[in-house]
Design a binder for this molecule. Structure first.
Ligand code: PHE
Length: 329
């Protein structure tokens, strides 16, 4: 018995000295201090000793037990402290985390570009609310109640008299009600349409409206302005065409197309804007005499303009907020 007590004590010390990590330490705990470990075996054997030997070995066994437990606890502290500091070790050679800086959304970049071009052509910027009256959005723009032309724009109505504006044209009305000609403005802003979301259409998009009202404004000036604009945005070599069209608030009306040639695919005409001479009825509605003044107006979709410029083919990309898309611009 005595011999075994000494041996166990010695081998415990030896093994404890070469412990490297908490796993080694756990193995030692199981081997010596565990429920079926060497120490409890000794206590088991102790039970069958002759009565006279018990006091002597009882004492030695208790000393051994305390020793092992104390030394074990000391080692445990050491090991867990060093493992903790290993974890918090800072490797200064690792590359840092880069913080991504915010940047302007491609639509805002395009809007800025469009605004700057028109500012250079003598236009100033006006804005208006996105929640509009039926009167400003339709009625005053010569869409009579129940006229089928209203179906051209699927509308989100808030109540029978108010809606989310379907175009920026109501700001024409607001501006002409407030200011006398000459008026030369562009109106950038969000518009809403109750359309099924697809590659080509979204419930929300951006427009830039233009309005010029003065004496003797002509269709030739309108064309000249729009061609100059398109060349500045897309380059001098673009191909464009004007097609006759219809809008209740302009007469005559046209649409401007530009040629879109995606690389490796078939090219096609892409409609970029609607335009025309301000309808005399509209001028009358805001109290401007159509016998004295004339004007032109145009409206373009910013998403479309950017699609053509940057080769984006799905309108939903603008609104998904996917960094992989946004970071390309
Ligand atoms: N408001 C028209 C639309 O959204 C565009 C337009 C504006 C057409 C001004 C002519 C003149 O479709």
């Amino acid at each position: 018995m005595e011999q075994r007590i000494i041996e166990i004590g010695e081998s415990f010390t030896k093994e404890l000295n070469i412990v490297k990590n908490s796993k080694d330490l756990e193995n030692i705990r199981i081997k010596f201090l565990g429920r079926n470990g060497l120490l409890s075996q000794l206590f088991e054997d102790f039970k069958s000793l002759p009565k006279e030997e018990k006091p002597k070995f009882g004492q030695t066994l208790n000393v051994l037990k305390n020793d092992l437990q104390n030394n074990f606890d000391i080692k445990l502290n050491e090991v867990s402290a060093s493992e903790k500091s290993e974890k918090s070790f800072i490797d200064f050679t690792l590359p840092g985390k880069t913080k991504s800086k915010g940047s302007k959304h491609i639509l805002i970049q395009t809007l800025d570009e469009i605004k700057n071009i028109f500012k250079g052509l003598g236009f100033s910027v006006a804005t208006g609310p996105e929640l509009e009256s039926d009167y400003n959005n339709f009625e005053a723009l010569n869409f009579p109640a129940d006229h089928p032309a209203r179906d051209m724009q699927d509308t989100f109505f808030v109540n029978p008299d108010f809606l989310l504006r379907t175009h920026t044209s109501p700001v024409q009305i607001r501006t002409m009600q407030k200011y006398a000609p000459p008026i030369r403005i562009i109106i950038p802003g969000k518009v809403y349409r109750n359309e099924a979301v697809s590659m080509k259409s979204y419930c929300l998009f951006h427009q830039v409206e233009g309005l010029y009202v003065d004496k003797d404004v002509t269709f030739a000036e309108l064309k000249g302005t729009l061609v100059s604009f398109a060349k500045q945005l897309y380059g001098n070599d673009i191909q464009y065409r004007f097609r006759a069209s219809f809008f209740p608030f302009t007469e005559p009306s046209a649409e401007m197309d530009i040629w879109w040639q995606p690389s490796g695919k078939e090219g096609r005409w892409l409609e970029i804007l609607g335009c025309g001479m301000v309808d005399p009825n509209v001028l009358k509605n805001v109290g401007i005499d159509p016998e004295v003044y004339s004007g032109y107006a145009f409206g373009m979709g910013v998403e479309r303009m950017a699609m053509r410029k940057y080769g984006i083919n799905d309108i939903r990309n603008y609104f998904d907020n996917d960094k992989r898309f946004l970071e390309q611009f």
